[in-house]
Structures are given as C-alpha cells and as structure tokens.
Design a protein around this ligand. Structure first.
Ligand code: GLN
Length: 479
C-alpha cells in the first residue's frame, strides 16, 4: 500500500527503483488524496490528472526498459500558479488572468520535466504573490491542514498546504519577502529561498524583480536539497543567474564540518512583537543545535528596524512597474466590452481585474516613483537597502549562519488580519532582510510540535552557501 503521508521525495526515489510501486500507482494515490482534501483545503486552483498520469506512465516504461530515469522521476509536485507550465492555466490567483494558459514552460519547469517530475496541479496564492495568508486570492482562501480555521501563510500558501496535506511530495513557491518561508513555518514544512541569482526567474510572473526567487517546499530538509539542486543553475534567459557550484549540495552532511561553523543570533530579531511561544520554540531549536556542539555567538544587524519600511517602498515600486503589462488585452480577452477608447479600456479592465491589495501596491509604487517623491522615498530606500546588506556582510565576517524566528506568531485565524494591512505586513518582518540582501534562507519546522500549531526557525547563510543551511537542517532533523 502506498500512503502519501509516509512518503518523502527520497523515499519515492528508493521505492521506484526497488519496484515497490510504479510511478503510475504513485500518481494515482497522490491524486486521490489531492482530490479528496482539496474540497476543504483549496490548496490547488487546478488539478491536472491526465497529463500527470501520462507523464507517470512514460516513467514506468523507461523504468521497465532499464533506461536512465531522472533524479525526480515520478515525483508528484505542486507548482504555484504564478509559475508557467506549458498548456496549463497560470492565473497568479488574479481575475485579470482568468482563463490564461501558458504557451511555454518556466525554466524551472523545463528542468523539473527533464528530471522526470510529475505535476499534480497549480496551487493557490495571494494575488500576484502579494500577501502573507493566501486570503488575497481571487479564487478563495486556502486553509491550513493543521487547523482549517487558520491560514496556511502566504503567498505560497497553496504550495505549503499541498505538501503539509500530503497532496504532493514537494512543491515550488516564490519568495519576494517571505512567501516561501512564512507559509512553510505556518504549515509545518521546510521552505528554502535560494540566493538571489541561484534559480532562474524565467517564466515566473514578476512581482519585484530585484527580490523574487523561486524555491522548494518539502517535508524534509533533504528533499529541499534534492529539489533545489534540480532547479538551480545559470540560465541565458535570466541574466541575474550565476553558475554557482552546487555539485555536492545533496551529499550527506558531515557533523565534523558543521561543528566548525558558527551560528549568529542577532538581538534585533528577538525583541518586541515576537510571540512568547514562538520565542520559546526558537530557544528549543537553539538548545538542540547546541547539543550537536555547534558554536553560537551573539551578533547585531543594526539596520534591521528599517527593513520593513524599505521593502514597502522598493517592492511596490518594482511591482507597479511589472504589473503595467496587465492591461486586460495581452494576456486575457478584455472583460469590459463597454468602453470609450483605449484608456477607458485599461481603466475598466484594471479596476475590475485587480483586487484591493494589488491596487494598493500599484498606487504606493507609482507614488514613490513619481517625479516629486523619487528622491525622498525610492532613492532613500535604495540607500538604506545598501546599509542592510552591509549589516550582513559585516555579520558574516564573524559567523557562517544566522538563526532567527521566521514569523512573529504561529498561523493566525482566517480573517484575523485582513482589515489591517500593516498588521499583515508585520508577518514578514523577519524574512524580508534576506530578500533585500539576496542571501539564502530556509525555514525548518521546530521539532516536537505534534498536535500543536507548527513553528519554524530560520537559518540565513552567506551568498551561494545553501549547503551550510541544508547540512545544519539535515543534522537537526535527525536529532
Ligand atoms: N508577504 C509579503 C508581501 O506581501 C511577501 C510576499 C512574497 O514574498 N511574495 O509582500
């Protein structure tokens, strides 16, 4: 019997090779869980059974003929609906893209397809990845599999819930200010935001181009390493990508090497606003890591207090520019038939096609970029961004990795923060600095929370040093 609940990507690899099950059987099992649970959880906006079963059968043929199957052969994955898969819908959870089908694959999808992955479906998100709870979707809220009254986090809430609910073995999300890590923390899964430039953004609906990264969500840190390896690498179609050496990234972690690392604890992340229960859980994670004889050191990242403000200038500035392409003409047929001229058409389409949060950010973004305010807001924010980056450069002279909370609280109730955007924005206070500075960061569930709401802790590393985060995480999981 195959039970998706017990399966990690690693176990799927082993099970297929040892012929415990076929890729087809595996896909069918995952679909039966996904179809059943999606009624309550709404993790998926679309399920793509036919093409998934066909892809799985092809893997079985290859297996039977002894052909070399890829690293992710037969692994059922969920993909956030702002990432393009050829022929499938890609709405970014927006009304303005209703019915849009992608004519091509995102680079990460091309890579996953060549590794043999099978796609279960496209997952829900906050519209254009703007939000922290998946409540800003035009297609309904996603519920947290650990407590259906609560949000799964966001914006990659559908992907996190799909993995947490055993409706996929792993998933892709995107992270501009925390959208992989915060839902991972709320939903009790692992979420990795890679170094800026490690993974191609070709084929992801751009939110804020200097901050966006695609990354994996998974049940274990080992699985995150496997998925990350499959999607990382230089891509001609995204000039920010770099050919970093990730060859040993999935190798077994060496305790001896990890003991040589020093983890920094920045005081700025443990002050006001941090929920007491979360603080206690982070302490537990630190104690567990100390039991592995890893060194710890207190550090300071003095400009942390400006990160949220800087983000809410740079992100809307870039997002308002990126979203200018959605005029209702190019990506979907115009909704509004009654119009007087082109401008009127744009206004009507954009007014009815975008939700409130997206409009708020377009307004904010065009304001901070407007002639009279550019210097005062946008330019100033860029300067402070440099200071925040320098904090990390300085800190990484003393330590190798930085440990912090992921979010100030565990998953909150559906509706609890929708009336107050500032409260919602505060959910990302600990995750945003990694995007502003481009460093890799991972959310790992604190152990021993069975029956309680999950809480994640965050590890941030030096640029291109995902291996440090993954190795520490893998050793932590085994304690
Ligand atoms: N929650 C943050 C925001 O709304 C981050 C979003 C993201 O990472 N895509 O901007």
């Amino acid at each position: 019997m195959i039970n998706p609940r017990d399966l990690t990507i690693k176990k799927i690899q082993d099970g297929l090779l040892s012929k415990k099950f076929s890729a087809f059987e595996l896909a069918k099992e995952f679909f039966s869980v996904a179809e059943e649970k999606n009624k309550d959880i709404n993790a998926y906006l679309s399920l793509d059974k036919d093409q998934a079963l066909e892809a799985a059968s092809k893997i079985d043929v290859k297996l039977a003929s002894g052909e070399n199957i890829g690293e992710l052969a037969g692994v059922p994955l969920a993909v956030k609906d702002n990432i393009l898969i050829k022929g499938l819908q890609a709405t970014s959870a927006s009304k303005i893209l209703k019915g849009y089908k992608s004519p091509y694959d995102a680079e990460v999808i091309t890579k996953l397809k060549s590794s043999g992955a099978v796609f279960v479906g496209k997952t829900n998100l906050d519209e254009f990845a703007m939000g922290s709870s998946t409540e800003n979707s035009a297609y309904g809220v996603t519920r947290n599999p650990h407590d259906l009254e609560r949000v799964p986090g966001g914006s990659s809430g559908g992907s996190a819930a799909a993995v947490a609910g055993h409706m996929a073995a792993g998933a892709l999300g995107s992270d501009t200010g925390g959208s992989i890590r915060e839902p991972a923390s709320f939903s009790g899964v692992v979420g990795l935001k890679p170094t800026y430039g490690a993974v191609s953004r070709f084929g992801v609906a751009a939110m804020a181009s200097s901050l966006d990264q695609i990354g994996p969500l998974s049940k274990t840190v080992e699985d995150a390493a496997i998925l990350f390896k499959a999607i990382a690498g230089k891509d001609e179609k995204d000039s920010t990508t770099v050919d970093a050496d990730y060859s040993g990234i999935t190798d077994d972690p060496s305790l001896e090497r990890v003991r040589g690392l020093t983890i920094g604890i920045p005081e700025e992340y443990f002050g006001e606003g941090l929920d007491g229960e979360v603080a206690d859980e982070i302490e537990k994670a630190i104690d567990d890591l100390k039991s592995l004889k890893i060194n710890f050191k207190k550090i300071s990242l003095p400009h942390t207090k400006y990160a949220l403000a800087v983000y809410y200038i740079i992100m809307p500035a870039e997002a308002s520019t990126n979203l200018a392409r959605y005029d209702g003409l190019r990506f979907s047929p115009p909704e509004e038939k009654n119009r007087e001229g082109l401008l009127d058409l744009y206004i009507k389409n954009r007014s009815s096609g975008f939700g409130t949060e997206v409009k708020r950010r377009i307004l904010l973004g065009t304001f901070v970029l407007s002639a009279g305010y550019y210097d005062a807001y946008y330019l100033k924010a860029q300067k402070v961004r440099s200071l925040i980056k320098e904090d990390f450069t300085e800190a990484f002279k003393e330590v190798d990795v930085i440990l912090t909370p992921v979010a100030p609280t565990p998953a909150f109730k559906i509706g609890e923060k929708t009336k107050d955007p500032l409260k919602m924005y505060l959910s990302d206070i600990f995750t945003i600095p990694a995007n502003l500075s481009g460093v890799p960061a991972i959310s790992i569930p604190v152990r021993g929370r069975d029956g309680k709401l999950p809480v994640g802790f965050q590890l941030m590393g030096k640029h291109w040093r995902e291996k440090d985060l993954l190795d520490i995480g893998r050793l932590y999981e085994k304690i």
